[in-house]
Design a protein around this ligand. Structure first.
Ligand code: NAD
Length: 348
């Protein structure tokens, strides 16, 4: 598999296509000639995917993953399954909803894809399944220790997805490290992006959780490449397996130091006196390299420079949708308010 592999003639159904990773993944697929059916509730807006000139090979399907039926997979060669409430704080905000979408919804999705005869299915999973893993380096064979609703529900879905692998249905899961880098659905709740924003806005970075905790990291473009690599990689090799993806393991205080180093102005580092973050894990990325020859192409330094430029030039801004949990809180609050004020079907 190479990045120049032409995907013309292939149809990918991407769930969560309007999200942070989904926007970048959709661009990558379209650039490589594939057709994309973008299935999403579009909680962050569908204009993100439709801005500018988009090829006819992109079709949007506004739908909930919990409602898909076999007909939605018509003509699909591979599903890239990303739709989820996508971090720990969102999981804690709405634990039942998180189970319903991230575990039951994703299980429903993979069963319907199999029933419809789709040949390939790749789930975007997370390295946070390793949770509080201690000092060792976790491989895909290591025991997992998920410490949040988000991580537990992901792990349940991943287990189901991998168990359905067979001769006619190749499944794999990509366990993403914490992602960084630019996307049209920008997330400033991810450590590298947030530190860069905070340095840009306030000349200061606050290091949470003590700073000594380890985090594996990966660029959003490499995640897109990794998902595609698993969707087209040799079936015998990847079928039924989980793969970690990342460009390195970093202590949180090292990440802050790198951000400070890259930015062309003075940045103060401050360690917050809290210790709420129980996640601490280092991860091996060897399997993806050994099995598929996959290597990350983007560095943390590249991304910090890229995000800083985009902020400085006003190409991105820290809008309300850039914090995942705050945006879901707005949606839930708005729903409750609408229910209260609606009268005889009229809002105003
Ligand atoms: N970004 C990271 O650092 C990271 C790390 C590890 C794993 N992941 C996983 O990768 C996937 C994508 O993450 P992201 O950062 O792009 O998140 P995101 O929140 O930006 O995107 C998720 C998308 O899923 C959609 N969605 C949510 N519930 C849905 C439902 N019930 N039906 C249809 N669509 C629904 C949302 O509208 C959104 O567009 C998630 O599964 C996440 O758990 C992300």
């Amino acid at each position: 598999m190479t990045d120049s592999q032409d995907l013309s003639g292939m149809m990918f159904l991407v769930t969560g296509a309007g999200g942070y990773i989904g926007c970048v993944l959709t661009d990558e697929l379209l650039e490589r000639g594939a057709s994309v059916r973008a299935l999403d509730r579009f909680f962050f807006g569908q204009t993100l995917l439709k801005d500018g000139h988009r090829p006819e090979r992109l079709t949007l399907m506004r739908k909930d993953i919990r409602d898909v039926s076999a007909a939605d997979f018509d003509g699909v060669d591979a599903v890239l399954d990303l739709a989820a409430l996508s971090n720990d704080p969102s999981g804690d905000l709405a634990p039942e909803l998180t189970w319903d979408i991230n575990s039951l919804g994703r299980k429903h999705m993979v069963h319907k894809a199999k029933e419809a005869g789709v040949p390939r299915f790749v789930m975007s999973s997370t390295c946070s399944v390793y949770g509080a893993a201690g000092d060792g380096i976790s491989t895909e064979e290591s025991p997992v220790n998920p410490v949040s609703v988000y991580a537990n529900s992901n792990y349940e879905a991943e287990t189901e997805v991998l168990s359905l692998n067979d001769d006619g249905f190749t499944t794999a899961a990509l366990r993403n490290a914490t992602v960084f880098g630019l996307s049209r659905r920008m997330r400033f709740d991810l450590v590298v992006n947030l530190m860069t924003l905070s340095a840009f806005e306030r000349g200061q970075i606050t290091i949470m959780g003590g700073g000594r905790q380890w985090r594996p990291l990966v660029h959003v473009k490499d995640v897109a490449r990794g998902l595609i690599a698993l969707a087209v990689g040799d079936k015998e090799t990847v079928g039924g397996k989980a793969y970690n993806i990342g460009c390195g393991n970093y202590q949180v205080m090292t990440i802050a130091a790198i951000v400070r180093e890259i930015l062309p102005f003075q940045v103060q580092l401050q360690v917050a006196p809290d210790d709420v973050d129980r996640r601490n894990y280092r991860v091996s990325f060897d399997r993806l390299e050994n099995d598929l020859g996959f290597e990350p192409t983007q560095t943390l330094e590249d991304a910090v420079a890229e995000i800083y430029d985009a902020l400085k030039m006003g190409r991105i801004e820290n809008g309300p949708r850039c914090s995942t949990v705050n945006w879901y809180r707005h949606i839930l609050d708005a729903r409750a308010l609408l229910d209260e004020i609606e009268l005889d079907g009229r809002l105003l």
